[in-house]
Design a protein. Sequence first.
Length: 537
Amino acid sequence: MKHGKRSKLSAWIDRQQLLPLLYAVAALAVVAWVRVRLLHTPLERDEGEYAYAGQLILQGVPPYLHAYSMKLPGMFYLNAAMLKIFGESVQGIHLGLLVANLVSALLICRVGTRLFDRRAGLVSAGLFALLTVSQHLLGTFAHATHFVVLFVLAACSLLVAGEKSPSPYRYLAAGIFFGLAFLVKQHAVLFLAAAVVFIMLEFRPLTLAAGGAVTMLSGFAIPPLLTALLAFLQGTFAKFWLWTVRYAASYAGDLPIQFGWINFRSQMGEILASTLVYWLLALGGLLAVLFGSSARARNFLLPLLPCSFLAICPGFHFRPHYFVLVVPVVALLAGALFAKSWKSRALGGGMFLLLVGATLFQLWSEGWFLFVATPEEYVKKAYQTTKPFAESVGVASYVRDNTGPRERILVLGSEPQIYFYAKRLSATGHIYMYPLMEEQPYAETMQAEMLGDMERNRPRFIILVDDLSSWLSVSKSGGAFRRSLNEFVRSGYELDGVAAVSREGKGFSVFGGSAGQFVPNTASRILVYRLKGEGGR
């Protein structure tokens, strides 16, 4: 009789593990299929910046020499690696994102299993994959946040390895992963703070915990210090420090908090439109962690939750892809709820049906983006504006076909993806116009530097992006600077191409001598100018 009861219990436990396994496998399969389907999606600005910088690295050009950025170079080197491994193309970048996303899902499964059980880990992995592909988080684009999460989860998988005392080698390795995450995006330092709190809460005596924390902090320091040393050896340290420290610090505090709240409320409203139940499951999981989980789970997740939120707050911009940084803790909290509920057959089954229903609702709600839209349609609708991402491809192709490999071009606008597509070097390191148009302490120096670069390098083609989103705010000095740019173009260049940008996909492009007859009077267009006296190739 007892044997029969044990057999039934064993069968029930197997079924409990089977359902989460099927859910995780199905979720990962759907997400992988969506990402493969959208491999050809045109690059947006951030992707273009990383791709162009990675392309330059493969050509032997160090970061910050011909492409200035306030971001640390982690994504530049990652993109160089992806382009080298998967091919120098849009598909190569998005294939690299696919691999990173799947590895992240496996890592979060490991973390959830260590903190709770395998069922919780599997549910967390499936939910993580679905949230990170969501259109409302711009999840199919290769933003830095995906790769921050990859390195943070690698570090966390080492922290929750189950040892009774902190291993110095394990914690050194975890620190290095946090350091790599920091190189990808500075916001990652907040995850390091959560890890330090976890160690101090988890281990006794405090001297032992402090030793582990110091070891981890030492590991964290290694990647940034090596990066600074490399920039010094490459002769780019001055630019590296100006852009990633001095200018970045001024940028982080440029938005009043009241506008930040408007941004947060707007973005969160869109995210909850298709994934509300996931967040409610996470809220239930938080209660389960507070009142029913092990001390270890509380020590890990309670610091991680506020630090994850703070990681999306710098600057109060709350852009959609920033929310990828909170997905790991949301997924783990939802997994915690399932670890608790599966102790009852009825409650566990009901919770699983709720999860499946929420997943089906998300896939239905975002179905056009995930399963129907072409890559070009996707990029246009995902940004809900007339940003010239799809049109950049044709413009870059024309410029590439009409220039030599060593000739320089210039994009007046914030569209660095054009440089990547054209495979041509910029006439200036200023690949974004935003810093030069902002009210910030280095703007006038940057403006003068760019004007000098233009005069000195005299590019064969100038691509003028006549679109508000490519310029944004205009300070007093920024207005004068833009007039100087227009004067430079008028004095030495003639119109040679035009591409109209349309949210509905009804744009057109014309290149060559007849381009002047088709200049559209639209709010978004790309104008291609050729140096006067230069014939076609």
